[in-house]
Design a protein around this ligand. Structure first.
Ligand code: TRP
Length: 361
């Protein structure tokens, strides 16, 4: 069976280093591996509207930001199809039919939805659209017959729910949909990169994210004020690694080559950690190294972004053409689905003949 990727992001802001190590970097590697027949990268604006109904302009304005971040990271429109979710109406139609295969209590048990409801203070009045977005996400994935969904760990419950919908659909209506597999980052630190302040959640309002398009001075400021071990006061003190954001970021970003280039007195991260734990290694030195690592990683991304920013009409065309192609694929799946459900009354004479036989026999 051919391997197909579908993944995406909600356009509610510029993408940050958490998106990068959690998913974007991997997507580019997968794209360039040549192992996938088709790759669809979705800007999930319709999903973003499920909890931003009051701020449609926020979603509208961030579609281009996300597209620029994608291209800047190395997603290549020749190999990866970039698309805008709301412009593929077939997805909405699939969602409507899948809704019959999911119970309210199953949605209530979805851990990601649960925590998002809490975070947004939706307890008293949950918008129905928001509540059902896992079903629409199942439509996103299955519309493209995706076999592989590279995402962060927070999306695991969505994938489980998608698999359930696929199994249920295939059991009721016959084999039609493809069951997708999630592809999580191999590196544990990349699963859930904390904010620069050590808080689990990165958010714009907390000012604790480093954006892919961030200027070098800003990156440096954020790195140099990162949360470390609060008990590591004197250089000679032994330092703790757990909960130490600087080391978590080094786990996520640093490679042997970074040590060779910026900190040759250590051969690898293990050695640096060992010295920190033993005592005698100051936070500033480690932060300076991390700053060099992140700067070297983000510089080419930022430069490419600047180039694409000069040619917004090109990016627009990439999205328009990508969405058009995506629509063709989604329309084929929708036709398969309707055929399996036998709700394709006008496609063949089958239904008409059934009715004629019924009334004329
Ligand atoms: N839920 C994803 C997010 O919050 C965005 C998304 C929408 C998605 N549809 C998808 C991810 C399909 C993977 C597959 O960023």
């Amino acid at each position: 069976m051919s391997k197909i990727i579908l993944t995406g992001d909600r356009p509610t802001g510029k993408l940050h280093v958490g998106h990068y190590v959690g998913s974007l970097k991997r997507r580019v590697e997968l794209q360039n591996s040549g192992d996938y027949e088709k790759i669809f990268i979705m800007i999930a604006d319709a999903q973003a509207l499920t909890d931003n109904s009051d701020h449609p302009e926020k979603v509208r304005n961030n579609i281009m930001e996300v597209a620029l971040d994608y291209l800047a990271c190395g997603l290549d429109p020749e190999k990866s199809n970039l698309l805008i979710q709301s412009q593929v109406p077939e997805l909405t139609e699939l969602t409507f039919y899948y809704m019959n295969l999911v119970t309210v209590s199953r949605l209530q048990r979805n851990p990601t939805v649960k925590s998002e409801i809490q975070m947004r203070n939706f307890e008293a009045s949950i918008p129905v659209g928001f509540f059902t977005y896992p079903i629409s996400q199942a439509a996103d994935i299955t519309a493209f017959k995706a076999t592989t969904v590279p995402v962060g760990e927070d999306q695991l419950p969505m994938l489980e729910q998608t698999k359930e919908i696929v199994r249920k659909f295939n059991a009721v209506y016959g084999d039609t949909l493809v069951e997708p597999d999630i592809l999580l980052p191999d590196n544990k630190a990349c699963l859930r990169l904390p904010g620069t302040d050590g808080k689990a959640k990165m958010s714009k309002s907390l000012g604790n994210c480093i954006y892919l398009s961030e200027e070098p001075e800003e990156i440096k400021k954020k790195v140099m004020s990162m949360f470390t071990d609060p008990d590591h006061i004197k250089i000679t003190d032994s330092g703790k690694l757990e909960g130490n954001t600087v080391f978590t970021y080094l786990d996520a970003f640093s490679t042997k080559e970074h040590f060779e280039a910026f900190l040759p007195e250590y051969s690898c991260l293990g050695e640096l950690k060992e010295h920190y734990t033993r005592g005698g290694l100051g936070d500033v030195k480690v932060k300076k190294f991390l700053n060099n690592v992140i700067q070297s990683e983000l510089e080419p991304i930022r430069n490419r972004r600047c180039e694409y920013q000069k040619n917004i009409s090109y990016v627009y065309e990439v999205l328009r053409k990508g969405t058009e192609k995506a629509r063709e694929v989604a329309a084929c799946t929708l036709a398969d689905v309707k055929k399996s459900m036998k709700i394709n009354y006008f496609d063949t004479n089958e239904w008409l003949e059934e009715q004629i036989n019924k009334y004329h026999s």
